[in-house]
Ligand binder design. Structure first.
Ligand code: FES
Ligand code: FES
Length: 161
């Protein structure tokens, strides 16, 4: 079936079988391999993307369901679509928040969705946001530190001088 997808603000015309998942469509038909395929069954969160503002596991969504919706992935450089992504990416680098990096795109998309709703989340809100993202390298403490640093920087902007 012919589908018109909108990913990171850009149009992608793809031709796929009806059973094609969003994850496979992104990776194989759109050439966007930043979204990772690990379990392919909704267990790990490596494939997390943002669909119309909410996080989804792309391996559990059919590409055909995504027409007329906005898909945001780790490749997004559009500040309007993912305003927190670059700050979070830099914080991950600064705080050494990954080892193999396989879970990293999913972690970042979950956090990006959180910050779009709450720019100063506390530790509990950050932990809740990435609860569906497994990290086999155990980088959880550093992921929390990185996201907390972004929240702290935002809080500092609004603090009284
Ligand atoms: S690859 Fe989708 S949840 Fe693991
Ligand atoms: S950094 Fe390796 S799985 Fe998270």
């Amino acid at each position: 079936m012919a589908l018109d997808l909108r990913v990171n603000g850009k149009p992608y015309a793809v031709n796929v079988e009806p059973r094609r998942t969003l994850l496979d469509a992104l990776r194989h038909d759109c050439g966007l391999t930043g979204t990772k395929k690990v379990c392919d069954m909704g267990n790990c969160g490596a494939c997390t993307v943002i669909l119309d503002g909410r996080t989804v596991y792309a391996c559990l969504v059919l590409a055909a369901e995504c027409e007329n919706q906005s898909v945001t992935t780790i490749e997004c450089s559009d500040q309007d679509e993912a305003p927190w992504l670059s700050a979070l990416q830099q914080a991950f680098i600064d705080h050494d928040a990954f080892q193999c990096g396989y879970c990293t795109p999913g972690q970042l998309m979950s956090l990006s969705a959180l910050f779009s709703k709450n720019s100063t989340p506390d530790e509990q809100a950050i932990t809740d946001a990435v609860a569906g993202n497994l990290c086999r390298c155990g980088a959880y403490r550093h992921i929390l530190k990185a996201a907390s640093a972004v929240a702290d920087a935002e809080r500092a902007k609004w603090a009284d001088p």
